[in-house]
Design a protein around this ligand. Structure first.
Ligand SMILES: Cc1cc2nc3c(=O)[nH]c(=O)nc-3n(C[C@H](O)[C@H](O)[C@H](O)COP(=O)(O)OP(=O)(O)OC[C@H]3O[C@@H](n4cnc5c(N)ncnc54)[C@H](O)[C@@H]3O)c2cc1C
Length: 692
């Protein structure tokens, strides 16, 4: 039986490893199996060209099995590497988990993009890491130009033509250059806008773009890009992203219908779950690139922290290094097989190349600094040469030649937004929709709270009538009734929503009767303008403050870190059986009553027995959903009671204010009705007295 080497990944590191090892060891002596999530290798340096429509996507993605003769290529995702038993676990095409033994394993699974570092980026920005990102971005950019052409409002037209790129490292600069070139060179095909309507903005936290290259080249790149129309916002950070654009750390809102986030990387989940020594999340290796403590497991590329013998520092996470590491790790493995000594990783970086759009680039190669058209030819020449196969080289060369002579391709597939399931982020105070607007989506609150606002006629300012929280939904009434929204919805806190497009919503409602039942129940129980419909009851509570009906917080309060055993004890001692749960800053985190206790026990029962442990020691923040619906002292009794009505609750926690979530007590529905009865009694006795 030949020995088996399994490679996890199909990028720069993995491909070089597989190629080199195949040359070193015969197929009869060594079986090489490469597992990659996709069936192709992505050539990242060309992703910006794909987004800018100067090359076709397939030119920057090379099919692995055509590149790697003699290597078994599997398009499967590896779920787990069991270093103790020398096995990998992967899901096959039918979803079944399989295990495969190896003699040596090489981890080359790269890193992932992480938009979660800035609120709203996951929901509203494009990442720029995989081929899908580049293709989606290109489609989106062209769609924005079509939207701008159709827009009747000049401000909205300019918004469609606003492109914001966050991060001015290599990929940010390259994307900005390409998008700028694509949009500005295409304006001549549109009748309703001109180059002056377009804005492309690079937002960067440092005082210079391209921090990795020499100051003279950076300056050149900045000036050249500014001349081409790219605005640089330096020493500025994005703090949130919404559908409208990005919020900056200076408090200003930068409008943008397209946001690309090129900052933020995360360690691959496979590496995260691996119990080995790590350096900032990357796998620590010995100098010959074996995982520390394991003689038959290797790690190369962005997922590894390999010390470069040149300089004694961890290697940079670049394709250049990943390739060299892959090559040398394969040579070392071959040495191990032959019983020879391995060699430490040693590589002197060749230089830096960055395209900045408009047939211009900056390059630092072999100590030389070049910029402009010559650097651009060098950039293209080097990457053409680096492409993995001759067929790719010819394809890309033809695309580039085509791009120099002919305009860029503006075709795009018009996918129907009404069919999509998406996510959205709103900042406190942002309107999600306004009364009278046409309904486009059904929204479910994943995090945070929103306010329902209503006005009886156009001249009247809308007032808050109720509050919705996590798990609540809205938009169904207008979609089912095929009518405009009867209320406005505004974010009360930062809010994350799951949104279903109108066409998809209709399909779900049509096909799934349980969902339909839940919605029709909600439509009939929603308070809407409840208080306006019962003016008599409303007049009884007019002038009544929420504080006057407040029950003080109970003496016993729980913390999210308390255990199930603590919760049972506290509920047992509580006369009303309702408790507030606080976080470490004494802010409201959740609520707990006997019904919740039942749900917590049901949740434990659903956990497999072997992973359950001592259930009584499970923490409340593992068992309770948290994020309860609440009102503030500033809210009216009408908002509080409509909120209770909407949620079918008999009580609500009350906090100090929207910004200060420390609880000040709770409001009970029965107290509101008691106050009304009291008032009716008083009115009746006043009337009787007046009559006598
Ligand atoms: C837009 C952009 C431009 C860049 N430009 C340059 C440049 O000009 N020069 C340069 O040197 N570097 C550049 N880089 C960086 C370079 O691309 C990376 O450093 C390089 O790709 C790292 O190689 P790798 O082999 O470690 O991982 P990758 O090339 O990222 O490959 C990892 C592979 O592993 C697969 N994978 C992950 N998890 C699993 C799993 N569980 N099971 C199966 N497969 C899995 C992934 O699908 C992927 O195919 C750029 C990066 C980006 C994003």
């Amino acid at each position: 039986m030949p020995m088996r080497v399994i490679i996890v990944g199909g990028g720069f590191g993995a491909v070089q490893f597989a190629k080199t090892l195949r040359k070193q060891l015969r197929s009869s002596d060594c079986e090489i199996l490469l597992f990659n999530r996709e069936n192709h290798m992505v050539f990242h340096p060309l992703l910006a060209d794909v987004a800018g429509a100067s090359i076709n996507p397939d030119a920057a993605a090379a099919p692995l099995r055509q590149m790697l003769p003699g290597v078994g290529c599997r398009t499967e995702r590896v779920e787990r590497v069991d270093l103790a038993s020398s096995e990998i676990e992967f899901a096959d095409g039918n979803g079944a988990l399989n295990r495969l033994h190896y003699d040596h394993v090489v981890l080359a699974c790269g890193a992932e993009s992480n938009l979660g570092i800035i609120p709203g980026m996951t929901e509203h920005a494009f990442a720029f890491k995989v081929m899908r990102d580049a293709i989606d971005l290109r489609q989106h950019v062209v769609r924005q130009m079509e939207n701008a052409e159709a827009a009747t409002d000049a401000e909205r037209r300019r918004w469609h033509l606003s492109f914001v790129i966050v991060g001015a490292g290599f990929s940010g600069v390259e994307v900005a250059g390409e998008v700028n070139e694509l949009v500005r060179s295409s304006t001549r095909f549109y009748r309703n806008f001109r180059k002056e309507d377009v804005s492309v903005t690079l937002v960067h936290s440092q005082d210079q773009i391209l921090p990795e290259v020499a100051p003279s080249l950076r300056d050149f790149a900045r000036k050249k890009m500014e001349k081409a129309g790219v605005t640089m916002l330096l020493k500025t950070r994005a703090v949130a992203a919404t559908h409208e654009g990005i919020e900056l750390n200076n408090g200003k809102m930068l409008p943008g219908a397209t946001i690309v986030c090129t900052i933020g990387t995360a360690i691959s989940p496979l590496v995260q779950h691996l119990d080995v020594p790590k350096e900032r999340g990357r796998i620590r290796t010995t100098p010959d690139m074996r995982i520390e403590g394991h003689s038959n497991a290797w790690a190369v590329g962005d997922c590894a922290s390999n010390i470069n013998a040149v300089g004694g520092k961890p290697s940079a996470p670049t394709g250049q290094f990943a390739e060299r590491q892959g090559r040398q790790a394969a040579l070392n493995l071959a040495r191990v097989v032959r019983g020879e000594a391995t060699q430490p990783f040693r590589f002197k970086a060749l230089g830096q190349l960055c395209s900045i759009g408009g047939y211009s680039a900056v390059a630092e190669m072999f100590g030389m600094r070049i910029s402009g058209l010559v650097a651009w030819f060098l950039w293209r020449g080097v990457y053409l040469f680096k492409l993995p196969t001759w067929s790719r080289r010819i394809k890309v060369a033809l695309d580039w030649a085509w791009d120099v002579i002919f305009p860029r391709d503006l075709g795009f597939l018009n996918t129907d937004a009404a069919q999509h399931l998406t996510h959205a982020f709103y900042r406190p105070g942002d309107f999600i929709h306004r009364q009278g607007e046409l309904a486009r989506v059904f929204s479910v609150i994943e995090e945070g709270q929103v306010e329902i606002l209503q006005s009886t006629d156009a001249s009247q300012e809308p007032v808050v009538v109720a509050v919705l929280g996590k798990g609540d939904f809205f938009g169904e009434g207008a979609l089912i009734g095929n009518r405009p929204h009867e209320t406005s919805i505004r974010a009360r806190t930062a809010v994350r929503l799951g949104q279903v497009g109108s066409a998809l919503f209709s399909q779900i409602v049509g096909s799934f009767s349980p969902f339909r039942d839940i919605l029709s129940k909600a439509v009939t129980t929603r308070s809407g303008d409840f208080w306006r419909r019962v003016p008599f009851a409303k007049s009884l509570l007019d002038g009544e403050s929420l504080a006057s009906l407040l029950d003080p917080p109970s003496a016993k309060q729980l913390h999210e870190e308390n255990t199930l055993a603590d919760a049972i004890k506290a509920l047992n001692e509580s006369p009303i059986g309702e408790l507030l749960v606080l976080d470490e800053k004494q802010r409201l985190w959740g609520t707990l009553d006997r019904g919740d206790l039942y749900h917590m026990i049901a949740r434990i029962a659903a956990t497999p027995i072997e992973t359950r442990g001592d259930s009584s020691r499970r923490k409340l923040n593992e068992l309770l959903p948290g994020n309860p619906v609440y009102v503030t002292l500033e809210d009216s009794i009408f908002i509080a009671s409509a909120t209770m009505l909407d949620h079918g609750l008999s009580w609500l926690p009350v906090v100090q204010s929207k910004d200060d979530l420390r609880p000040v007590g709770s409001l009970r529905g029965e107290k509101i009705t008691n106050r009304m009865i009291e008032k009716i009694g008083r009115t009746q006795s006043d009337q009787a007295r007046a009559a006598s």
